[in-house]
Design a protein around this ligand. Structure first.
Ligand code: ADP
Ligand code: F6P
Length: 330
C-alpha cells in the first residue's frame, strides 16, 4: 500500500491540527496509509545516535480517519513539534531518507515555516518527495499571502489588547504592548490597526521616539486620555519605550509583552478552512507525483511553488495599511 508521512516543525501554530486532519483524510481517500512523524524532523533522526529501536518507533504513529477526529478545533499540534538543529546537516537528511525508506514512505507533508521548508527541500533532494504547508503565526513566509495560525494569533492579540485598553482607560495610562512576529511586523501592523493604536512600531518601518511622543502629545491636546502603542518583537524594548514615553510626556506608562498566549487557542474559521484546503492540496500534489513544492495562498487561491524558488521570494510590507493607520489613529 502507498504510504505518506506528515510532520509539524518549528513553532506550533493554531490550525496545524486542521492541516494534519486534512492531509490524513485526503490521503486515505486516495488509497494511502498515513504515518504521523512526531516532534518535527527529530522524528526521523536518531538524536546523537542514542535512541533505541523502540524509541525510534515511538516517534512514528499511524494515523487513521478516527485518529484525527475532534482535532480541527484544537490549537497546538497533536504530532508535537521541534526545532531540530541536526537536520541542517546533510548526514541527518540522509539518515532521515533511510528512515523514510524503512517506513516505506513515498512522500512527506511538512507543515512549518521557512526553516522547515529548507529541510523539506533537502529531504526532497535526498529522494523523499516533500510538499510544504505554511504554518506559523508570524505570516513571514514570502510566497504566500497567509500562513496557518496567523489569523488566530491576530484575533488573540487583538482581544488581549482590548482587555489592556480597559485598564489603560481607567487609569489614563499609555500601554505599550509587544506582540510576536519574530523579524516581521505583520502581527503588529494588523493588530495595531484593529485596536486603534496611537502608534505601531515594526522592524520594516523606520521610527523615531520624538515622532511618537509628538503624536501622543497631539492626541492628548485633542482630549485623548489613554494610549495604546503596539510594538513588534523584532523591534523589542517595549519596557524602554514605555519608560521614554512616561519621562517625555508625564503620562504613566506600562509595558506588556503578550508572549506565547498568541500561539495558543482554538483556530479561527479562516485558519481552519485554509488549513483544510492546503492540506488537501498538498496531498493532491504528492499524488500527482510532484516533489519539492510549497502550497501557498495568493489572492484567495491555493497555488504551489518550487520550494527553492519560494524561499528566494521577498514579501513587501503593507506600507499602505501602515499609512492608513497613521492617518486614522488620532
Ligand atoms: P520557526 O520559525 O518557528 O523556528 P521554522 O519552520 O523556520 O520555524 O523551523 C525551523 C526548523 O526547521 C529548525 O529548527 C530545524 O528543525 C528545521 N530545519 C530543517 N532544515 C533546516 C535548514 N536547512 N535550515 C534551517 N532550519 C532547518
Ligand atoms: O515563529 C513563531 C514564534 O512564536 C515567533 O513569533 C517568536 O519569535 C518565536 O516563535 C518564539 O519562539 P519560542 O517558541 O522558541 O519561544
Amino acid at each position: 500500500m502507498k504510504r505518506i508521512g506528515v510532520l509539524t516543525s518549528g513553532g506550533d501554530a493554531p490550525g496545524m491540527n486542521a492541516a494534519i486532519r486534512a492531509v490524513t483524510r485526503t490521503a486515505i481517500s486516495k488509497g494511502y496509509e498515513v504515518m504521523g512523524i512526531r516532534r518535527g524532523y527529530n522524528g526521523l533522526v536518531n538524536i546523537e545516535g542514542k535512541e533505541t529501536k523502540d524509541e525510534m518507533d515511538s516517534k512514528v504513529v499511524r494515523l487513521g480517519v478516527r485518529d484525527v477526529s475532534a482535532i480541527i478545533q484544537r490549537g497546538g499540534t497533536i504530532l508535537f513539534t521541534a526545532r531540530c538543529n541536526e537536520f541542517k546537516e546533510w548526514e541527518s537528511v540522509l539518515e532521515a531518507k533511510k528512515r523514510c525508506d524503512e517506513l516505506n514512505l513515498t512522500g512527506m507533508v511538512v507543515i512549518g515555516g521557512d526553516g522547515s521548508f529548507r529541510g523539506a527541500a533537502d529531504l526532497s533532494k535526498a529522494g523523499v518527495p516533500c510538499i510544504g504547508i505554511p504554518g506559523t503565526i508570524d505570516n513571514d513566509i514570502s510566497c504566500t499571502d497567509y500562513t496557518i495560525g496567523y489569523d488566530t494569533a491576530l484575533n488573540t492579540a487583538m482581544e488581549m489588547v482590548d482587555k489592556i485598553r480597559d485598564t489603560a482607560q481607567s487609569h489614563d495610562r499609555c500601554s505599550v504592548i509587544e506582540v510576536m512576529g519574530r523579524d516581521a511586523g505583520w502581527i503588529a501592523l494588523n493588530v495595531g490597526v484593529a485596536v486603534g493604536a496611537t502608534a505601531i512600531i515594526t522592524p520594516e518601518m523606520k521610527y523615531n521616539m520624538k515622532d511618537i511622543i509628538n503624536r501622543i502629545e497631539a492626541s492628548k491636546a485633542d482630549k485623548k486620555e489613554n494610549f495604546i502603542i503596539v510594538v513588534s518583537e523584532g523591534v523589542g524594548d517595549s519596557e524602554g519605550i514605555a519608560r521614554t514615553i512616561e519621562t517625555m510626556t508625564g503620562i504613566e506608562s506600562r509595558a506588556t509583552i503578550l508572549g506565547h498566549v498568541q500561539r495558543g487557542g482554538s483556530p479561527t474559521v479562516r485558519d481552519r478552512v485554509n488549513a483544510s484546503e492546503m492540506g488537501y492540496y498538498a496531498v493532491d500534489l504528492l499524488d500527482q507525483g510532484k516533489s519539492n513544492r510549497v502550497v501557498a495562498l495568493k489572492k484567495g487561491r491555493v497555488v504551489d511553488y518550487d520550494i527553492l524558488e519560494a524561499l528566494k521570494m521577498k514579501k513587501t510590507f503593507d506600507k499602505n495599511l501602515y499609512k492608513i493607520a497613521h492617518i486614522i489613529s488620532k
